[in-house]
Each structure stands twice: as structure tokens, then as C-alpha cells.
Design a protein around this ligand. Structure first.
Ligand code: GTP
Ligand code: MG
Length: 427
């Protein structure tokens, strides 16, 4: 058999044949087994809230999950944007949900409060997951997946247009996370203004190439509702945990002197649409998109950056082992080159230092010789001075002795004179 036939033989996949079963076997319970397993394992869902301080992020989260999460108000004087994740265990029927809400504290407050920390945070969660995946002993089954599944981007209800910070931030985030833009505090904008505002926002997003999350329309069961909801984006929401009596029912609403805005009334705002799309219909798609699109992109870029690739230039598949070996060799030769470079640098440095030291020694020696010469000269001068002084002293002593001798003679002569006078008188 020729080699090419062999290759074809080994790569050929056997055509599956359809057979009919004689009776009930039971593998039709596989979906149920899957559901049961997932329910036992529990789910995790991570929401990132991005929006300026006081825009209503915490209130909306409380309203969405019908609970009160522990939140602290952010100050307007944060030094930089800080990501604050908080994880809660929630249960509905027998389904456990580990919910993480990440607040981008301080975002959009002052200048220099940009999106970088948000991007870094999202990447860090991808990196953690990748590191777990690359471990020899990995435990992805009970790994707490902190990758962000959705970013709720709170747009300020100005009625104008998006701020450039909004556009820049969404552009930076759109390849990393599913973005659902929402107009916050929608009760502060009139109905006609809101309609125009929505159109304007969508126009700006499209013209700036910002990719927001589109509710999937490939699953027949939800295609219709998702398609309708896509047309309603961005959702204009109102949040409130306050209960107000409307008719004979207590509903969550915001009460104003002129009336009541009901959170769950679709004529008042899109809160119900958001809850429906985010939690009840597309939560799993958001989780899936995060894994298969955003994480996959991060993983691919990261591995390519590290030098891994699936095939070489001739489209030959590359095994991980080969890439690893090639990388290892590359790394070792680089290490060797660096070592040699450092050794050469060290030798040069030693030589330089040796030369410097020699020069210093020569300078010192010269200085010493010079000082020695100066010292000898000084010594000679002092010696000369001493000799001169000695001569002067000797001369002085000689003069002194002569003077003393003269004085003694004179004294002697004066003491002899009266005696001679007396003798003369007697004679
Ligand atoms: P920080 O976490 O401090 O950045 O604030 P936040 O974005 O979490 O805002 P929070 O939910 O604390 O709400 C701030 C204020 O806005 C509160 O007084 C809320 O009652 C009010 N608020 C929240 N949602 C809405 C809304 O939909 N409409 C109106 N009019 N006010 C709202
Ligand atoms: Mg808050």
C-alpha cells in the first residue's frame, strides 16, 4: 500500500450507519442526566456593572434579583477606578447560583478615570482560568469561574448623546465581554426624548464600530423573542426596592408627587425586558459566549504570544510537545547568549576597574613622590635656617663674652683708682 493510501486510511473517519432500536434502551435520559448533574454542581454568573457613581447600579442589582446585596456607596473622590467584586450564594427552587457582582468604583467621575483597570480585571479573570486549564492537576470541575459573563453598561440619561468616555470604554471592552447597554434612571427622561435617545445611542454605537451583545436568534425556541428584544436595545430601566400600593397590589415602584413609576410595568420602563433577557432567557448563552468567544480569543492570543501555534508555515499540524521543545531550545540558547553576554560584560568591567585602579595607584605614587620632594626641600630649608640660627647664636655668645670681659676689666680698673689716690695722699 502506498504511503498516501496509508495516510488516507488512518485519517478516514468511518461513515456512521443508522440502525433502529428493538426497544427502549434508555440513553434518551442523557439530557435529564445532564440537567441533574448541572443542578448538583450549581452555576456561577458574574456581572460587571460599569457606570458613573450614583447612577443606580446597586439599586438595579437589588431590583433584578429581588434581594438586598451588601453595598457601600462610592465616594466621588476615589483616586482611581477600582474593581470591587462581591460574591453571593443564591438559591431559587433547587438551583444554586453563585453570583458575583463586580462594581467599577469611581468610573467616569473625574479625569484620568479610564477603562484600563476594567480591561485589566477582565483579563486577569481570563488569565486565572487559563492558568487553571494549563495546570497538570487541574480542577476545573469545582473551579470558581470568575470570568465576567456580562457587562451592564449604565448610560446616563442625558437625552443628548453618548459621552466619548462611554464610546471609548465600550470599544475597549467589546472583544472581551458581552456588553448590554442600559439607560439608567429612565424615569428622568420623557417618552419621546427616550425614543430619540435610544436611536441616537444605537447609531453612535454602530458608527463607532462598538459590538454590543446581541440576543441569539439561532435557537428556534427563543429566536422570535430575542429578535424583538434586540430591537429594543438599549433597555431603559428604572430601579427601586421600595414597594408602593397600586390598586390593591404592592408593587416595586418609585413614587413622585405627580405619580408612580412602576418598575415592572412595561409601559413605564424596560426593566422586565432586561430581567427576561438577562436572567430568564439568555443567562446560559451569556455564559457560553464568554467561554467560546471572549475567552477563546484571549486564550488564542495569549498562547500565540507565548509562541504556540497549531500549524507551521506549511500547514503541518504542530504538536504541543514540538512547540514546547522548540520554545525550550530557543529559551536555552537565549539563556546561553545572555550568560555569555553577562560574562563578557563582567570581564570588561574587571578590566576597566583594573585599569582604573592602576591609574589611581600611579597617581598616588606621583603624589607621594611629589610630597616626598616637598618634604625634603622643607627639611633642607629648616636645616639651613637652623644652621644660620646656630651661627647667629654663636656670634651673639662671642659678642656677649667679649662685652662681659670688657665690663670686668672696666670694673676692675675703677676699683683700683681710690686705693692709688689714698696711697698718694699718705706719701
Ligand atoms: P455607587 O455604588 O455609589 O456608585 O452608586 P450606584 O450606582 O450603586 O447608585 P445607587 O443604586 O446607590 O443609587 C443612587 C441613587 O439613585 C439613590 O438615591 C437611588 O434611590 C437613586 N436611583 C437608583 N435607581 C434609580 C432610578 O431608576 N431612577 C431614579 N430616579 N433614581 C434612582
Ligand atoms: Mg453602588
Amino acid at each position: 500500500m502506498a504511503a498516501t493510501d496509508l495516510e488516507r486510511f488512518s485519517n478516514a473517519e468511518p461513515e456512521p450507519r443508522s440502525l433502529s432500536l428493538g426497544g427502549h434502551v434508555g440513553f434518551d435520559s442523557l439530557p435529564d442526566q445532564l440537567v441533574s448533574k448541572s443542578v448538583t454542581q450549581g452555576f456561577s454568573f458574574n456581572i460587571l456593572c460599569v457606570g458613573e457613581t450614583g447612577i443606580g447600579k446597586s439599586t438595579l442589582m437589588n431590583t433584578l434579583f429581588n434581594t438586598t446585596f451588601e453595598t457601600e456607596e462610592a465616594s466621588h473622590h476615589e483616586e482611581c477606578v477600582r474593581l470591587r467584586p462581591q460574591t453571593y450564594d443564591l438559591q431559587e427552587s433547587n438551583v444554586q447560583l453563585k453570583l458575583t457582582i463586580v462594581d467599577a468604583v469611581g468610573f467616569g467621575d473625574q479625569i484620568n478615570k479610564d477603562e484600563r483597570p476594567i480591561v485589566d480585571y477582565i483579563d486577569a479573570q481570563f488569565e486565572n482560568y487559563l492558568q487553571e486549564e494549563l495546570k497538570i492537576r487541574r480542577s476545573l470541575f469545582d473551579y470558581h469561574d470568575t470570568r465576567i459573563h456580562v457587562c451592564l453598561y449604565f448610560i446616563t440619561p442625558t437625552g443628548h448623546s453618548l459621552k466619548s468616555l462611554d464610546l471609548v470604554t465600550m470599544k475597549k471592552l467589546d472583544s472581551k465581554v458581552n456588553i448590554i447597554p442600559i439607560i439608567a434612571k429612565a424615569d428622568t427622561i420623557s417618552k419621546s426624548e427616550l425614543h430619540k435617545f435610544k436611536i441616537k445611542i444605537m447609531g453612535e454605537l454602530v458608527s463607532n464600530g462598538v459590538q454590543i451583545y446581541q440576543f441569539p436568534t439561532d435557537d428556534e425556541a427563543v429566536a422570535e423573542i430575542n429578535a424583538v428584544m434586540n430591537a429594543h436595545l438599549p433597555f431603559a430601566v428604572v430601579g427601586s426596592t421600595e414597594e408602593v400600593k397600586v390598586g390593591n397590589k404592592l408593587v416595586r415602584a418609585r413614587q413622585y408627587p405627580w405619580g408612580v413609576v412602576q418598575v415592572e410595568n412595561e409601559n413605564h420602563c424596560d426593566f422586565v425586558k432586561l430581567r427576561e433577557m438577562l436572567i430568564r432567557v439568555n443567562m446560559e448563552d451569556l455564559r457560553e459566549q464568554t467561554h467560546s468567544r471572549h475567552y477563546e480569543l484571549y486564550r488564542r492570543c495569549k498562547l500565540e504570544e507565548m509562541g504556540f501555534q497549531d500549524s507551521d508555515g506549511d500547514s503541518q499540524p504542530f504538536s504541543l510537545q514540538e512547540t514546547y521543545e522548540a520554545k525550550r531550545k530557543e529559551f536555552l540558547s537565549e539563556l546561553q547568549r545572555k550568560e555569555e553576554e553577562m560574562r563578557q560584560m563582567f570581564v570588561n568591567k574587571v578590566k576597566e576597574t583594573e585599569l582604573e585602579l592602576k591609574e589611581k595607584e600611579r597617581e598616588l605614587h606621583e603624589k607621594f613622590e611629589h610630597l616626598k620632594r616637598v618634604h625634603q626641600e622643607e627639611k633642607r630649608k629648616v636645616e639651613e635656617k637652623r644652621r644660620e640660627l646656630e651661627e647667629e647664636t654663636n656670634a651673639f655668645n662671642r659678642r656677649k663674652a667679649a662685652v662681659e670681659a670688657l665690663q670686668t676689666q672696666a670694673l676692675h680698673a675703677t676699683s683700683q683708682q681710690p686705693l692709688r689716690k689714698d696711697k698718694d695722699k699718705k706719701n
